[in-house]
Write a protein that binds this ligand. Sequence first.
Ligand code: PAF
Length: 273
Amino acid sequence: MEIVKTPSDLKRLRKSMQGSVGFVPTMGALHKGHLSLIERSIKENDTTIVSIFVNPTQFLPGEDFEKYPRRYEADKKICELAGVDILFMPEVKDIYFEDEVKVKAPDVLGYVLEGHFRPGHFDGVLHIVNKLLHIASPDRAYFGKKDAQQLFLIQQMVRDHFMDVEIVSCEIVREPDGLALSSRNVYLDPDERQKAQLLSKSLKKAAKMVQMGEKNSQKIKAQMEEILQPIKVEYIEIVDRNFKRLDTIEVGNSIILVAAYVGDTRLIDNIWI
Ligand code: PAF
């Protein structure tokens, strides 16, 4: 595995690559969710590039940028063992310039749901993903469905900017008790870890209701709220695959989303129906 530090070095290497290139952008603190993206990229491509970059521009003032877990040595080992070809670990100074041309999230979809509670977050995400896709220039890039709105906005950016990359969406990986894997789960103490299961529990209940024939979004959300009572819910929403709010579930075209605080830790989860 080669470790590359600068955009110019990665671009030079990329030019010499033969065959298909898969790319997995991450912020590190790699877990089994990241590993599933990496493994899929390795399976589907001749070369796999993984990036680790804790992107400052997608954190709002007061969020966890400073304390976001950084486990570079462990991450290197995980990538090496998984069979990653190139690990890209740039520094902020090599990625950002002063007074830059920026990519911005769309006016509506960038500022609802996650974007409402974290205004500006998706500007930062799209800005960095745009840069990384230009640097790595992959044939395919892999993103998890857990960040469903991020995934949709990245697909939209690729479409709107006529970018030549296939965005591959990958299934959520869960702990045995249902908790969706996230680098932020390390913040949870044992009591919070217990409570964190409630997000997936509420989604499981929603899926069960749909399976039993309930399609009314209000009724489903009310049941979820009840389950989520012990924690501080930010939103529960049901949208279609284009992120339009749904009053009635459309099987095969719906996503049920939840965001909540467990203690000081903000968690998100969702289920595709
Ligand atoms: O999902 C993430 O880890 C980040 O938002 C991403 C896509 C790597 C951009 O920093």
